[in-house]
Design a protein around this ligand. Structure first.
Ligand code: THU
Length: 152
């Protein structure tokens, strides 16, 4: 389909993705990891973001010789989805090469994810695809978000 998003058929029902939908989300994060540009850290990361409409946008980390300009996989996926008009998200899967540890998003990525709500799920995986699931609220408790700007 146009725009790089892959639509699942049938559209995944609301709530946590199940079965084939979840497997596809996990696989897309692994595929995205294979595209990581990380010559400095040699730490490839892939992310796959499931929109409310059932599309998946993936991202990988993209590093730079000017180190501070590097971009994380999670934010790359979010930027792609937002750029294609999607602002409502249900889940994200994140993958790295760590075999014995679940990948966890950095603080900057948690804040960027939180911009789009606190009640969606993040699948933190090991290299073999096993995972734990955390709500945004758990990953970034007591967070500051767009709603707070309206409280003054
Ligand atoms: N990285 C991500 O892309 N996502 C994470 O969740 C953790 C870290 C990237 C940033 C950098 O390119 C490399 O991994 C090492 O920090």
């Amino acid at each position: 389909m146009e725009g790089g998003g892959q639509r699942l058929a049938p559209v995944a029902p609301p709530g946590q993705p199940q079965g084939e939908h979840l497997r596809l989300l996990l696989r897309r994060s692994q595929e995205a990891k294979n595209c990581a540009y990380c010559p400095y850290s040699r730490f490839p990361v892939g992310a796959a973001l499931l929109t409310a409409g059932g599309e998946i946008f993936s991202g990988c980390n993209v590093e730079n010789a000017c180190y501070s300009l590097g971009m994380c996989a999670e934010r790359a996926a979010i930027q792609k989805a937002i750029s294609e008009g999607h602002t409502s998200f249900r889940a994200m899967a994140i993958t790295s090469d760590m075999r014995d540890h679940f990948i966890t998003p950095c603080g900057a990525c948690r804040q960027v994810m939180r911009e789009f709500g606190t009640d969606w799920d993040v699948y933190l995986t090991k290299a073999d695809g096993t995972y734990i699931v955390k709500r945004l609220e758990e990953l970034l408790p007591l967070s500051f978000g767009p709603e707070d700007l309206k409280k003054v």
